[in-house]
Design a protein around this ligand. Sequence first.
Ligand code: F0G
Length: 459
Amino acid sequence: MKFKTIFEPFKIKSVEPITMSTESERLEYLEQADYNPFRLNSKDVLIDFLTDSGTSAMSSKQWASLMDGDEAYAGSKSWIKMEKEIKDLTGFEHILPTHQGRAGERILYGYLGGKGKIFISNTHFDTTRANIEYSGAEAIDIPIPESAEPMLSHPFKGNMDTDKLKELLKNHSSEEIGGVILTVTNNSGGGQPVSMKNAIEVSNLCKKFNVKFFLDCCRIAENSYFIKTREPGYRRMSYRNIAREMFSLADGCVMSAKKDGLVNMGGFLALKDKDLSDACTNLLIITEGFVTYGGLSGRDMEAISLGLREVFDEDYLKYRIRSTEYLGEMLYRMGIPLIWPIGGHAVYIDAKSFYQHIPVDQYPGQALVCELYIKGGIRSVEIGSVMFGKYDEDGDLIPAPNELVRLAIPRRVYTQSHIEYVIEVFKLLLEERDSVKGFEITEESEFLRHFTAKFRRVS
Ligand code: F0G
């Protein structure tokens, strides 16, 4: 007998209470936060879908391992364990620990970047782009054209456009190219997967044109799930071996272990080339720490070693992807416009289509983020013109291509009834959608304004 229900493949041993609140209390909290959920206290949030980064629940084995953390400055046995685990997974010879993903990005892309260089990606994540641009180099995104259509179905909507890649490689010398980066899964493109076929094509082109190919692999286990279930030829291969095959195509990777490492803090760089690794090691020591801890405690390294194993567990991955997909499917059936198919770690709502009466310069995404919080205590993040909008010379908004709201689901944290509750909140939002008003920005910083901006409701 095959049962339909896939339940959480874990029992709960330790619980963290959620502080309940009423709609009028939340309205007050949000007013105090100037209608920016980044400014809310997390204790005032019922369901926190702000990010899946660093918010995972660790397993009992990971918690137990913390006591084994070896806090030695040099040669910690926790490091030796972590290094061995990462070498086994990635096949790369040189492993550098970092305190999180962006530290690895700054080291690697800072070293390979600089004025006159370009980096090419399916889509650079914000911090990747910021580190590349900060070095003086240019970051070019070339996702496949299908990724621009939110509702268009495609099994690997995170793929890179290899025709455009070929053009770019032909038109630049190999010295001009800092690197080609595949982000798996493609977070900024809706958490969409990249196929092995696409990774092979990218790898072959990079070899042909003698440029370095890196993976931004922070969600590679989730990506492996999609390859196994959607790409011909991979059904019988283990998730871990699928990831290994993808690593074997690249010259190195940058990982934020805060995602598929199933830990609250940590990351690493893994590289094939010794000279590149030596250069990065020098930079690591200047800002992150000694080569055998790189900004991490011994106990963090213990938890990462185990997390990188646990994340490839079949039952875990099936539950993880199915849970995200279930939320997305239910919202889709209710007529909520969203990015389709549903990605691995998050559901992305198309707020421009949802609140068609709110013009983009009144930030429909921010309106949805605020409604989700006021009505349901759900915290999400706007990925639209608040985050990426710019102004022209007259001070008018140049909007972002899409007005999205991301519901990013922390790993192993929420249960099915939390998800059912979120679906119910959306039902209420649907009923009330025509009465919702947009926002204007009253205060903002010049750089990464979404974190601190203040808003006022348009009357
Ligand atoms: N690359 C990708 C694809 C990411 O999603 C992130 C972080 C990073 C790199 C940077 O890693 O945070 O450890 O420095 N994404 C988080 C998010 C912040 O909410 O999507 P980090």
